[in-house]
Design a protein around this ligand. Sequence first.
Ligand SMILES: Cc1ncc(COP(=O)(O)O)c(C=O)c1O
Length: 725
Amino acid sequence: MKKILVTGGGGYIGSVLVKRLLEKNYDVRVFDVLFFGEDPLKEFQKNPKFELIKGDLRNLNEFPKLFDDVYAVIHLASLSNDPSCDVDPQHTTDINYLSSIELAKLSKQHKIQRFIFASSCSVYGAREDIILDENSEKAPVSLYAKSKIDFENKLLEMIDKDFCPTIMRNGTVFGLSPRMRFDLIVNLMTKYAVTKNKIFIVGGGLNWRPLIHVDDVATSLIMAMEAPLEKVNGEIFNVGHNSMNFQVKDVADKIKKVMPSIEVEYAPSDKDNRSYRVSFDKIEKILGFMPKKSIEDGVKEIAEAIKNGKLGNIDSTNYINLKKFMELKNLPFASGGLRTRSTFLPFALPLIGEEEINEVVDTLRSGWLTTGPKTKRFEEEIKNYIGCKHAIALSSCTAALHLSLVALNVGPGDEVITTPVTFASTANVIVHQGAKPVFVDVDRKTMNIDPDKIEEKITKKTKAIIAVDLAGQPCDYDKIMKIAKKHNLPIIEDAAHAIGAEHNGKKVGIINKTTCFSFYPIKNMTTIEGGVLATDDDKLAETARIYSLHGMSRDAWQRYSSKGSAQWQTVAPGYKYNMTDVQASLGLHQIKKLDDFIYKREKYAKFYKDAFSKIKEIMIPGSIGNIKHAQHLFIIILDIDNLKISRDEFIELMRSENIGTGIHFISLHTHEYYKKTFGFEKEDFPNAAYLSDRMVSLPLYPKMGMNDLLDVINAVTKIINYSRK
Ligand SMILES: Cc1ncc(COP(=O)(O)O)c(C=O)c1O
């Protein structure tokens, strides 16, 4: 027998339809996210003709066999009813429009001709002056209705000989269903009539609605599917009957006829201003459709089901779409709730414009790919931006850190003071020089090196201090510089996160002996890989430049360009740390956009801060005050002592909501190499250890939109709410 794929087959209409299809001997495959559980489909589970695939319409690609052997698709799955759609416009668009298009496309690809879409008479909106037929102008007053119209239009565009969709615009449905709803007018009024002996009519009761019993909707869908193709291909049908356009007050009268003792009370206002009277001539004429059930029939069966306790607790959120939707939205995905996002939000993404792309293409076409004129121009741009005397463009920030140590003559037997809460390369380069990294614990509030603990670690062997501006916040250089000066130590500033930051009104890059920037893709600006060493020291700059390219006296541009000379000398055993012109091509444009990028980051960071200030299990790192933060990372500190989950579990839960996060950083003194080589214990640096177990970096980048930000906030909030001890 023919197999019918019913999306939303576990829903209010779906569960009635599935029963009817099975009775008619069809094979039925239901695809449903089962918001309301499996109970409505329980009675079919042993039926060999029934198959249930639990899944989210937004992830159709995870179900490659969904369309196998399918004769027709009846598409009911949707985020239904106006208020639910209004609370989550993105979700509405995802389900009712984008994923529905995907479903239609896949159906078409699988050569499934019959595609029946359950739309709604809501598309007519607020128009009661005329009787509306399928060709009448639509005047949607809700996102729900708009999403239905948008998909209808898309569907009609897709018609061809292999794909013959039919659109069924249902009136307002009523009646008893295995997946009952009490947020539909007749059903709700009946509930009040039975439980309170009273019904309320809001807004004067004059609004018009075409009504249709859920059984009759199921019949109409089957009729559309079974009708000769030429009658339904590309057709739209209003589903109902001309005799069933009612004003709300008429519905009350009808209920009162069934239950004469009830009181009818008029309540003043109603937010719902939909009002429409609809013609059902077409469905009657073309399909011979005639509803079998009246409002009274529906009222009687619902009243009876309530009275005999068949529906259990009728105030359960299971009976009200909006309440259920809100409940699921606030529940982590891992606990059965709704996944915050259908697509993955990466922890970080660069923002590359056409300017960068064109510049890279220009470089590739120019024939000069490696260090050359564009790298020189990029260095000039950086100097102008920062106000430093020298900017040496390099392959990475790691290279800049390493060359700083080389140029400062740090070598075997020396010690270099730094923070353990940093990326590996900050300390690795010290080891590369044969020197010893000496960690100083961090300040818990700022997460940067604690200046008050530096002096006790200075010995005769100390040669330099590498201070790291974690997350984009400059360290407390007033204090650190005082100590450095007293002990005659140079400060190397690891500003991998901090281009664009300021300290006491001075740009990072002119404060310390050398400053090292990173342009790795997740950073505030990018050159793919890349870095810059900034310094005002002529001699140091010259040494660093020579060591950056094999210790050669001339770089390739000086050797091979039209003005260059092929002669060169190796004057030191240098490294291969040069930046290429392809990388610089990106940098030339990124540096111009940097302030705008930071502005957006600031705005987003403030938005996060405001949102998270209400959650007591989230601590936001503090600032030292006299700085401009580059807002590279938005780090939160989880109060795991008051949560049932660890930081790592939090990250997993965020991932299951489809949101990427990062850790900056697991303290280096706990990493295998540093622990073994220098014999560190976790508690040697208690603040670093504390932060190390609790820090999480949330997505923060200019490419994010406001919706992304709200998704992160919602996901964090629901996970914390659900994990509170
Ligand atoms: C604090 C810190 N220092 C240095 C680096 C190294 O930067 P690069 O990848 O450009 O070598 C990073 C990279 O993430 C970093 O976070």
